[in-house]
Design a protein around this ligand. Structure first.
Ligand code: KG4
Ligand code: ZN
Length: 363
């Protein structure tokens, strides 16, 4: 479809209520006219993880106003909107349903096409929104709820090369912070402590490095950290500030090394594909040690490294609006005949990943 398309995107699959307006002109870079994200961290803080019922209620209460704000900030008139894209899964089903119901209502009221979008496709297509790169590219999605390598071959063609078989790395950072009494979200607080610590003092395991392929495991790391912490407590009655820094540094070094080694394997698995880039998405991509490891292995493989701005790496609705535009442009028909899905693997042919993270079922 070769005309300007302006889309409203709606995202509510986890703990961020988000709406955005994106405009794509032919032959020009797409514009994000607005992107509103209302997080729920404070609502779930006391529970040590996202509580699905609380998340669903918060989405239901806030979606209307977040959409209204995105609309008014964009400065786009109602009749300039060409379509609505909504996350239809995977995620916490209560939240997904809230977004889908609102999107259905708006689309029906305005007679607009409705495009159901897989949340992971939203992340995976983001490098084309931010940098206009061509297919194929390798995407490492590394957040609090997800960790997988996707070979992105087309708007609707994804091959999962591997992923975590248990926790996502962000979840492991959050649990580590909890074990060491650091504030949530754990990633930034563990990173800050690690900067002052010795990464060699606690040689934590590098799970699955000896196994072929690029599947990963992070849950054992948290157990190793717990043991090291408890050994210190048994020995001295507590842990010092420096102990904590060293534990964080050791943990972060293990995560960064596993991600770097597995990324180099994924790059090798995709070596025949003439990759245009290695791209990352997800909150953990903000971590400097993780990023440095990824940069090193992509440089070694001769593949450009691409990290979209963090606000577009983490959950947002601009990526959903963009995925809707991409699908329509690729000739994939819009549809009102779809269901909200808690599980929805992008690559239906890949073997299912195990486990269910704190942010819901893994895709
Ligand atoms: O992508 P994201 O905002 O949300 C979802 O998981 O959907 O990622 C959040 C995760 C949290 O687990 C957080 O601890 C982690 O990303 N994170 C980090 C850093 N900043 C955020 N992990 C490591 N280092 C960081 N600097
Ligand atoms: Zn996400």
């Amino acid at each position: 479809m070769d005309r300007t398309l302006t889309f409203l995107g709606i995202e509510s699959s986890c703990d961020d209520t988000a709406a955005a307006v994106v405009r794509a002109r032919v032959g020009a870079a797409p514009e994000i006219l607005s992107s509103e994200v209302l997080g729920q961290t404070s609502l779930h803080e006391a529970f040590g993880g996202v509580v699905p019922e609380i998340a669903a209620r918060a989405h239901a209460e806030r979606l209307d106003s977040v959409v209204e704000t995105a609309w008014s900030v964009s400065g786009v008139a109602l009749d300039e909107i060409d379509g609505i894209a909504v996350t239809a899964g995977p995620g916490l089903i209560g939240g997904v349903l809230s977004g889908v119901m609102l999107a259905r209502g708006l689309a029906a009221a305005r007679g607009l096409p409705l495009v159901p979008v897989n949340h992971l496709a939203g992340h995976a297509l983001t490098p084309r929104l931010t940098d206009g790169i061509d297919f194929p590219y390798l995407m490492l999605l590394v957040s609090g709820g997800h960790c997988q390598f996707l070979l992105v071959e087309g708007v609707d063609r994804f091959r999962r090369l591997g992923g975590t078989i248990d926790d996502a790395p962000g979840e492991a950072f959050d649990k580590t912070a909890k074990l060491l009494a650091l504030p949530q979200p754990g990633g930034p607080s563990v990173e800050a402590e690690a900067a002052l610590g010795d990464p060699k003092r606690f040689p934590f395991p590098r799970p699955l490095l000896d196994r072929e392929g690029c599947d990963m495991s992070f849950s054992g790391l948290k157990t190793a950290l717990l043991r090291a912490r408890d050994a210190l407590i048994a020995e001295k009655g507590g842990i010092t500030v420096q102990d904590r820094r060293d534990l964080c540094a050791g943990f972060q070094a293990a995560v960064a090394e596993v991600l770097a080694v597995k990324t180099s394997r994924a790059l090798a698995m995709a070596a025949d594909a003439r990759l245009t880039a290695l791209a990352v998405a997800g909150g953990v991509a903000a971590n400097k040690a993780v990023r440095a490891g990824l940069e090193t292995v992509s440089a070694r493989a001769g593949v450009p490294f691409l990290a979209p701005p963090l606000r577009l790496c983490t959950d947002n609705a601009a990526m959903i609006a963009w995925a809707g535009i991409e699908r329509l442009r690729a000739g994939i028909p819009p549809s009102t005949d779809f269901i909200a899905r808690p599980r929805w693997p992008l690559d239906e042919t890949a073997p299912a990943l195990l486990g269910s993270g704190k942010k819901g079922a893994k895709a």
